[in-house]
Design a protein around this ligand. Structure first.
Ligand code: ZN
Ligand code: ZN
Ligand code: ZN
Length: 435
């Protein structure tokens, strides 16, 4: 743990994390391996269960047939944390428990193994919130079902949690699952695709702000927390628990449902971006808003053809009267971008992508991974289409964001620098062939 952090009681928010020193924008504030983590079921076939790298061909654990690895080395290194899980997985085949149940079990195994300890953490599992008291009956019922599943899953290895040398709240499946679901972090890859979930106990102290001063980025399973603004000593460190590019009401609802608190950040109190997100006449953007759920459904079904048709039709008809800043138009343009990339319609994809960039910079005043990744995507399209000058310009803008959010040594940053170099070389070649 870097000495620059300390826990404190943040007024109105309970425990929090703050800095003892001045932190510069882009500085690495904290870096940690998870106490426990697991690949999400959705990607169980595509990602190495040890290093979380995406791989075309993966070795499969011959016993549970669920865990997969890039190579023998990853498989060997994973064995100490997979051994007990493997038996549990086999006992339930062909059923696979949900991500939170698998994560809770992995947490139990980690706590029972002497090599892993959470003693250096600033925040113990005992202190983690479970929010069981403020939870709706419906949600509690859902958790109870998961708790029964966990008991069934653990049967072979840990027949009775209550008898184990565990922190008291981890001996009780319901409170354990409540803590795991309230405190786990989504582990994402460079493209910000969700690949798994993990527990990083000290970082559960971080409170939420809709315009946070820190962001989290992952390298494999390692979490890195970086400042996106200069932070003064004793200032609270914050992250955003939810997508910040949404209306105040939607953010607040999600925070209440999922994290059981009402956000009173400055961004919420002033609702400062809501006007911009709803720009244009309501009668013109209403059809876009109403069509979104159906289009999101097509996206979930990976029906790219129908998605692109739906988006491009609406955007070129009613959408042409709506300002680009409008949130519903932006979401639709983003989906059109996704669909055209999947269909290999590169020209179209670049046009949609370029349309979003101006808007993204208005909505993300501080460096944000979402903005950086969007710039990268568009830059790659421009580069592929041989719009070299545009591509270089877009990559440069991406670098201004990725450098502070991901740091100098992140694979994304090195990839970006390489692409910029390629563009420069190609520009020199082009100009010399003209003479
Ligand atoms: Zn691996
Ligand atoms: Zn296995
Ligand atoms: Zn807020």
């Amino acid at each position: 743990m870097a000495p620059m952090l300390e826990r404190f009681v943040s007024s109105g928010k309970g425990n929090g994390l703050r800095t003892t020193t001045r932190i510069k924008r882009g500085e690495l504030v904290y870096s940690a391996e998870p106490l426990a983590c697991c690949v999400s079921n959705k990607l169980a076939r595509d990602v190495c269960h040890h290093c979380f790298t995406r791989c075309e061909t993966l070795l499969r654990c011959s016993q549970c047939k669920m865990a997969r690895y890039c190579n023998i080395t990853c498989q060997k290194q994973a064995w100490s944390s997979h051994k007990r899980e493997c038996k549990c997985l086999q006992s339930l085949l062909p059923r696979i428990p949900t991500d939170s149940v698998r994560l809770a079990a992995r947490l139990i195994f980690a706590l029972l193994s002497p090599s892993k300890s959470s003693s250096e953490e600033l925040y113990t599992l005992e202190e983690h919130e479970s929010h069981l008291n403020s939870m709706s009956e419906q949600k509690k019922q859902g958790l109870s079902q998961l708790a029964s599943m966990l008991e069934l899953y653990l049967q072979q290895e840990v027949p009775d949690l209550a008898q184990e040398a565990l922190p008291p709240s981890c001996r009780e499946p319901l409170s354990l699952l409540a803590k795991v679901t309230c405190n786990c972090f989504t582990i994402s890859d460079g493209e910000l695709q969700e690949i798994g979930v993990g527990l990083y106990p000290s970082l559960s102290l971080l409170n939420h702000d809709c315009r946070p001063n820190c962001v989290m980025v992952f390298v494999g399973t390692k979490l890195q927390l970086r400042a996106v603004r200069d932070v003064n000593p004793e200032e609270e460190l914050t992250i955003s628990y939810v997508e910040t590019l949404s209306l105040t009401e939607a953010r607040q609802r999600q925070l209440e449902d999922q994290y059981h608190f009402t956000c009173h950040c400055q961004h919420c109190d002033t609702q400062d971006k809501d006007g911009l997100m709803l720009s244009g006449k309501e009668s013109t953007w209403c059809p876009l808003k109403e069509a979104l759920p159906r289009l999101e459904g097509l996206k979930a079904e990976l029906d790219w053809q129908a998605l692109l048709q739906g988006c491009s039709h609406l955007l070129s008809t009613v959408g042409s009267d709506v300002p680009d800043q409008n949130l519903y138009k932006l979401r639709m343009t983003d989906m059109a971008l996704d669909a055209s990339i999947h269909l290999g319609h590169w020209e179209e994809a670049a046009e949609y992508g370029e349309k979003t960039l101006q808007v993204y910079s208005q909505y993300y005043p501080d460096p944000h991974p979402v903005h950086g990744v969007q710039l990268m995507r568009v830059g790659k399209l421009q580069h592929y289409l041989e719009h070299i000058e545009d591509a270089l310009d877009t990559f440069k803008q991406a670098y201004q964001i990725i450098k502070p959010t991901h740091g100098d040594n992140h694979p994304m940053t090195t990839d970006l620098l390489m692409r910029m170099e390629e563009c420069r070389t190609e520009m020199v070649q082009q100009s010399s062939s003209k003479h």
